[in-house]
Design a binder for this molecule. Structure first.
Ligand SMILES: [Fe+2]
Length: 283
């Protein structure tokens, strides 16, 4: 497809959805030119303090992580609003069965270079293979669908992609402690989590942490390098596809959430795979 809402034939759209829900990365070439007044945005100097990204909430228009400069903030907000709007159109065009079910999450801009950056801990080191799961924001089984765009006009963004989700889940499941209802209640009471951490969220965080902590696993698991060229867009269920980011800067990202029951193949979701291993429901 050549633009953000040109559509696909039903056969191609069905194949794309099948691949996406299998954990594959969909890659697209779609133009997203910067406006003349946005040329200053290709700079890591936009970030406030030690922030890794600038995030925009399209529900309330709030912007976080940008330096305190009204002119720049206006410009970044414009860029993120445009990306938010185009990715929503693209999601509606590409994934017809998801229409009306996708919940729009944050839009973010990551201007800093990944290569050589010191992470504050191994947990935050995204150069190690992992699946996305976040300690403070339980999703209770909802899928994490992300649209990325490499805004860098000169350099690729480099990833590696690891083994399929069912295999990594089987690899780590027997090593993971069982969830504790008491601990989940305590975390919510102390406002460490924004809502009650479900058993599903417990296992996903465990997977995220155990993958990153296990250097032997990181070294030996089958993996393939992937380069996203300047101007490339890619779409992935980042809670399912094992991935690591090796290098790159100036990337846009839009998150969507999808209830598992609105998937074409819900049995492939991390929720259903983990429930199969646990032998009971997890949300
Ligand atoms: Fe990630």
């Amino acid at each position: 497809m050549s633009n953000w809402n040109s559509g696909l034939t039903p056969e191609t759209a069905a194949r794309a959805l099948d691949a996406l829900e299998s954990g594959s990365v969909l890659r697209l070439q779609l133009p997203f030119p910067l406006l003349d007044q946005e040329s200053d945005l290709l700079s890591p100097g936009l970030l406030s303090g030690a922030r890794k990204n600038i995030s925009y909430n399209s529900d309330d228009g709030s912007l976080k992580g940008c330096v305190n400069d009204p002119q720049l903030e206006l410009c970044v907000r414009g860029l993120l609003e445009r990306y938010n709007s185009l990715t929503r159109q693209l999601a509606d065009t590409l994934f017809v069965p998801y229409r009306g079910h996708l919940q729009v999450g944050r839009t973010s801009y990551r201007p800093a270079e990944i290569a050589g950056r010191k992470s504050s801990s191994w947990r935050r080191d995204d150069t190690r293979l992992h699946i996305d799961a976040f300690p403070a924001t339980p999703v209770s089984g909802r899928r994490l669908l992300r649209f990325f765009h490499n805004l860098n006009p000169h350099d690729s963004r480099r990833w590696i992609v690891g083994e399929p989700f069912p295999e990594l889940a089987r690899h780590f499941f027997s090593l993971m402690p069982k969830p504790s209802v008491l601990q989940a209640r305590l975390l919510a009471f102390m406002q460490v989590t924004r809502s009650l951490r479900s058993s599903y969220d417990h296992y996903m965080l465990q997977l995220h942490d155990r993958m990153k902590a296990d250097l032997d696993y990181q070294a030996k698991v089958p993996k393939i390098p992937v380069e996203f060229a300047p101007g490339e867009t890619w779409i992935v269920y980042s809670d399912q596809a094992s991935h690591a980011v090796l290098s790159g800067r100036f990337m846009l990202e839009q998150t969507f959430y999808l209830p598992v029951d609105n998937m074409a193949y819900p049995e492939r979701s991390p929720l259903r795979v983990l429930e199969g291993l646990a032998g009971h429901t997890l949300v």
